[in-house]
Design a protein around this ligand. Structure first.
Ligand SMILES: O=C(O)CCC(=O)C(=O)O
Length: 270
């Protein structure tokens, strides 16, 4: 996993090494970007967001399942629960940035926005979507190999301009189910999906089209940022440990465009 070693606030734009990593691998990490106090506050905010989502789900909204994934729409978010029948453990909240002022402020944070401008390819950028991913100890489940671009292409065809910025809220390693990415797998664009595996089947990438043995773990300390291309093949294993693995994901896009799941716009860094 290539890191960048950025330390100063005037060095937030991409370094030549990061540009090369983005082009060749489709991802890179900036280690130790947020400090412990910031991460602690965001962890508290994440747990409060989970309570808000639970309360919203109890108060109403619509539940449905697709291919074993269990969803609930409430208070402007899609909540995804762990797969086990009846589990009320929340796995993903999308979008989540409206659930706490600190999450919303991060959309505009220069540490996210400045590199995202380079990755989107223009100065005026907006938020595309946001996800709070939660892998609880012993219950957090795997994410099968996939690319994000097939989920988004019907909505925003210029998918190469939708970079992800993932903030680790906990130290992430293979033991607690960190993300794994296949270097260079973004280069062919959207790859064929698995057919005949249910309605979401085509959205899981067919392993015949990438080399899973080349995957590398995104091992990162809490407060680190992983930048990854929407077409890089990625996935993660269950959290078999006693440790939490939580992450915030922000996906950016060219300015002037509306959010993915919400009929509103959220310009970034203005
Ligand atoms: O957090 C993870 O382990 C998987 C995240 C992911 O694949 C996604 O949000 O697209």
């Amino acid at each position: 996993m290539r890191g960048s070693g950025h330390t100063t606030s005037d060095g937030l734009r991409l370094s030549p090494a990061e540009r090369r990593a983005w082009r060749e691998d489709g991802f890179f990490v900036r280690h130790g970007v947020l400090d412990t106090a910031e991460v602690d506050a965001l962890r508290d905010a994440a747990e409060r967001a989970v309570e808000i989502a639970h309360a919203g789900a109890l108060a109403g909204g619509a539940s449905y399942s697709i291919d074993g994934n269990r969803y609930h729409e409430a208070r402007g978010s899609t909540i995804q629960y762990e797969h086990r029948e009846g589990s009320q453990t929340i796995r993903v909240i999308e979008p989540f940035h409206h659930l706490d002022a600190r999450f919303d402020q991060l959309v505009d944070d220069a540490r996210f926005v400045e590199p995202a401008r380079d990755l989107v390819g223009c100065e005026r950028i907006a938020l595309f979507t946001s996800k709070l991913n939660l892998k609880r100890p012993r219950e957090g489940s795997r994410f099968r190999w996939h690319q994000d671009s097939p989920y988004w292409a019907h909505f925003f065809p210029d998918v190469d301009r939708l970079p992800n910025v993932m903030l680790a809220l906990d130290d992430a390693s293979p033991a607690n189910g960190c993300l794994h990415l296949v270097p260079g797998s973004h280069a062919e664009g959207m790859l064929p999906g698995l057919e005949g595996q249910g309605r979401l089947g085509p959205l899981f990438t067919d392993p015949a089209y990438f080399d899973a043995s080349r995957a590398v773990p995104a091992e990162m300390g809490a407060g680190s940022l992983l930048f990854f291309h929407p077409s890089v093949v990625h996935g993660s294993e269950p959290n078999a440990s006693d440790e939490l693995r939580r992450a915030l994901l922000y996906t950016y896009q060219p300015g002037g465009n509306r959010l993915f799941k919400v009929d509103a716009k959220r310009e970034a860094g203005v």
